[in-house]
Design a protein around this ligand. Structure first.
Ligand code: NAD
Length: 276
């Protein structure tokens, strides 16, 4: 077990990628304190994971809710070894031309509030116990932290901002706390959008994404949330990850090697050519 007795804070742990991280961290021996705004989701994980998990229903934009989950983690598990900022929302690729001018300020505040302020507020709240424990922070980025068209202008801007935030915090907190990021590619989850754009009940068209994935992801299919979780174990591990800080893992199915050709992979016919 790579994370035996680590006490971990995780935002957005009630669904999707966060839930997969939670399952894997508990399997690896960690105790996890989850901050999520979903009441039902928090109830479900509390009854499923028992003593290994504690939850706080709140909003990542609230400094006091972040402080509450840090206090809860210390009260239940005695320390904080790792804080994972993961809760986020998407803009369903809304291009600027279709973004209503009268909604721009409000939707900017909501997207940046959850995707960026939420992470900085967690870092602020968890900094002291993490320095005391020589711990680490891990933040969920996205392919949209590096490339266009993984979101609209708002989402892409928030995830690029997260890249800068990770680098700045890695600088500010060295040598005490390692700060790293994982940039997943597409995942079939319940990712929703901003209320200010009436997207709060919309979810990713998972089945359509999965069916089309071989057409745009070099690895040929969409990884499951569980298949992304190991990267978080790697960054949290005290044995395996001493050297990394300020690192962001492009964990996206290979978007960086799509090349300029008409297909996302150069090796589709390799098995035939090698007579396998
Ligand atoms: N799904 C994808 O294709 C994809 C791809 C790359 C990156 N990501 C990133 O992965 C992360 C997790 O998203 P997901 O796809 O698992 O979505 P999800 O909606 O399944 O999970 C997000 C969780 O965050 C919680 N949450 C949302 N806003 C919150 C708030 N203001 N306060 C507290 N909790 C809040 C939700 O209740 C939910 O439990 C996000 O940062 C997202 O940007 C997702």
């Amino acid at each position: 077990m790579r994370l035996q007795d680590q006490a971990v804070i995780l935002t957005g742990g009630a669904s999707g990628l966060g839930l997969a991280i939670l399952e894997r961290f508990v399997e690896e021996g960690a105790k996890v304190a989850v901050l999520d705004r979903s009441d039902a989701g928090c109830d479900a994980i509390a009854s499923r994971f028992g003593d290994a998990v504690t939850t706080f229903v709140g909003d990542v934009r609230s400094q006091s809710d972040n402080e509450a989950i840090v206090a809860r983690c210390i009260e239940r598990f005695g320390k904080v070894d790792c804080a994972i900022g993961n809760a986020g929302i998407w803009d369903f690729n809304l291009p600027l031309v279709d973004l209503p001018a009268d909604k721009l300020g409000e939707s900017f505040d909501e997207m940046f509030g959850i995707n960026v302020l939420g992470y900085i507020a967690l870092a602020k709240a968890a900094m002291k116990p993490l320095v005391a424990a020589s711990g680490s922070m891990i933040f969920t980025v996205s392919n949209a932290g590096f490339l266009p068209a993984g979101g609209g202008v708002l989402y892409t801007a928030t995830k690029h901002a997260v890249v800068g935030m990770i680098r700045q915090l890695a600088y500010e907190l060295a040598p005490h706390v390692r700060v790293n990021g994982v940039a997943p590619g597409p995942i079939s989850t319940q990712l929703t959008g901003p209320q200010s754009l009436a997207m709060e009940n919309r979810t990713i068209p998972g089945a359509r994404f999965e069916a089309g994935a071989s057409g745009f992801v070099p690895i040929g299919r969409m990884p499951t949330p569980e298949e992304y979780a190991g990267a978080y174990v790697f960054f949290a591990s005290r044995q395996d990850n001493v050297p990394a800080t300020g690192t962001i893992l492009n964990h996206d199915g290979g978007f960086g090697v799509r090349g300029l050709g008409p297909v996302p992979r150069g090796g589709d016919d390799l098995r035939d050519k090698l007579e396998l």
